[in-house]
Write a protein that binds this ligand. Structure first.
Ligand code: NAP
Length: 485
């Protein structure tokens, strides 16, 4: 468990207190207690961080791919060695179960680092032979100093997902994690220098989105912004980047449907929907918070699902049997409860859950909400359309595939979808018709880091993963050589 302490920024390989001397509080969601104080950084801190990154750029980008990979792989080794400690830090800062932080978050941090260390080395560049007119070959050049801005739900998982490809392609980085979950990034930075990443190649500034994040986005020396977070913030970042014509990768919110057809395997579907709906307290952008089920299966599915959800153990994230920990903050808890309240007013039927929870013991003041399943809401209910980002899942029924597709595509988002059926033709047809960047058939969150990841509509712009990340963090240059040269 992380101790209560005062964090600094990491600038040029050193811990630097905020220039303005101001700090923000970081609370532990499971207990409501103060966990740490973090720099309330502003434009002066960002200026120092960007200058340190720019200074480090010639040396870091001049290293060979193999040299860069050695540092990133060493960092992966260190993450694996210290996974237990890092998971404790992440669990305390986010409220997620300790076991989840270890098995999902830290395993993925290590995988991200190893994957991009390898992928960058195996990334071919192209050549086009023009015969007598010569040869074209394509270079992939680093951009320079790039900004990485990440949310609170998967703090180090998502930061390492951006950091590894940015570094492997030769860029220098200024990162800003969410002010709600700053601790694991601080721990990673400490390890990164030990792993051989040179001072200044990676810089970390803590603070609020409005002050520190905005200063980073607005800095004229930033050459690209890789952002994961809410759609509203994503739009502001896109607007700030547009006049400078710099690249943005925007991984935004979701309101993901699970389409359950009448022939679905009920056991497999129920198990899958519980995972898809409630992992990380429903605070995963990919969570399927809308279940659309064929009317012939609705009753059976609803009963089985309500029983399974009611059986989830909510409470102290440190306990091994805990399935659901705390939500990220008191504000977020109130937001989620507000949607449940609205459901009651709209005539929705709460099938299980529906309340805040005060576990016994050290977590009495934590921000817990029971896993909640709601049916019978009107089609235009805000609960069907807005991202709640908590343990609240709604159920609607459909009579035909066309109706299922209409419901699935009726929201502004288009991040992910799951399809539950035993019929391959249905699965493939529906996967083609649903508006989502990612579709899983009879499963959820099966990830292959080589594949494109990202959403359509209000869920984002661009794709991450595999070559898509490597392309984002590089500029493409074509060189023509005359024949006989
Ligand atoms: P958020 O409020 O948009 O914040 C994301 C990050 O942006 C945080 O570091 C935040 O800092 C910062 N930020 C806020 N305002 C900013 C500004 N004006 N300029 C620059 N940076 C700014 O999102 P969140 O509440 O942390 O995260 C939840 C959202 O992330 C959900 O919508 C979820 O779906 C989405 N998400 C998407 C994906 C995906 O891959 N598509 C993955 C995970 C999460 P502070 O926190 O310090 O304010």
């Amino acid at each position: 468990m992380a101790e209560r302490r005062k964090l600094s920024n990491w600038i040029g390989g050193e811990r630097r207190p905020p220039v303005g001397g101001q700090y923000l509080d970081d609370f532990e969601p499971a207990t409501g207690e103060l966990l740490a104080r973090i720099p309330d950084s502003g434009s002066e801190d960002v200026e120092l961080a960007v200058a340190a990154a720019a200074k480090a750029f010639p040396e870091w980008s001049g290293r060979s791919l193999q040299e860069r990979a050695r540092c990133v792989e060493r960092l992966a080794d260190m993450v694996a060695e210290r996974a237990e400690t890092l998971a404790g830090i992440e669990s305390a800062d986010t409220g997620k179960p300790l076991a989840l932080a270890k098995e999902i978050d830290m395993a993925r941090v290590e995988a991200n680092l190893r994957f991009f260390a390898g992928a960058a080395q195996h990334w071919p560049t192209e050549a086009h032979d023009m015969g007598a007119a010569g040869l074209n070959y394509t270079r992939r050049e680093p951009l320079g100093v790039v900004a990485l801005i990440t949310p609170w739900n998967l703090p180090l998982y998502l930061l390492s997902w951006k950091l590894a490809p940015a570094l492997m392609t030769g860029n220098c980085v200024v990162a800003k994690p969410s002010e709600l979950t700053p601790l694991s990034a601080d721990a990673l930075w400490e390890m990164a220098f030990e792993a051989g990443i040179p001072p200044g190649a990676i810089n970390l500034v803590h603070g609020s989105g409005a002050r520190c994040g905005q200063a980073l986005v607005d800095h004229p020396a930033i050459k690209a912004i890789s952002f994961t977070g809410g759609t509203r913030t994503g739009r502001m970042i896109a607007a700030a980047a547009a006049p400078r014509l710099i690249k943005t990768s925007l991984e935004l919110g979701g309101k993901n449907p699970a389409l359950v057809f009448a022939d679905a395997d009920l056991d497999q579907t129920v198990t899958g929907l519980v995972r898809a709906g409630f992992t990380n307290q429903g605070q995963v952008c990919l969570c399927c918070s809308r279940i659309l089920v064929h009317e012939n299966l609705k009753e059976a599915l609803t009963q089985r699902l309500a029983d399974a959800v009611a059986n989830l153990t909510v409470g102290d994230p440190n306990l091994p049997d805990t399935d659901q920990g705390a939500l990220i903050s008191a504000d977020h808890q109130q937001k989620v409860l507000g949607y449940i309240d609205l459901a009651g007013k709209e005539g929705g039927r709460i099938l299980c859950g529906g309340n805040a929870l005060d576990p016994d013991g050290r977590c009495r003041q934590g921000y817990f909400v029971e896993p909640t399943l709601i049916s019978d809401l009107p089609t235009d209910s805000r609960l069907h359309h807005e991202e709640i980002f908590g343990p609240v899942v709604t159920i609607q029924s459909f009579a035909s595939e066309d109706e299922a597709i209409t419901l699935a595509n009726s929201v502004d988002y288009g991040l992910a979808a799951t399809v539950w059926t035993r019929d391959l033709a249905t699965a493939q047809r529906v996967a083609g018709r649903v508006q989502a960047g990612l579709v899983w058939i009879n499963g959820w969150l099966v990830r292959d880091l080589r594949t494109p990841f990202g959403g359509m509509k209000d869920s984002g712009l661009g794709r991450e993963g595999g070559r898509w990340s490597l392309e984002f963090f590089t500029e493409t240059k074509n060189v023509h050589l005359p024949s006989g040269f």
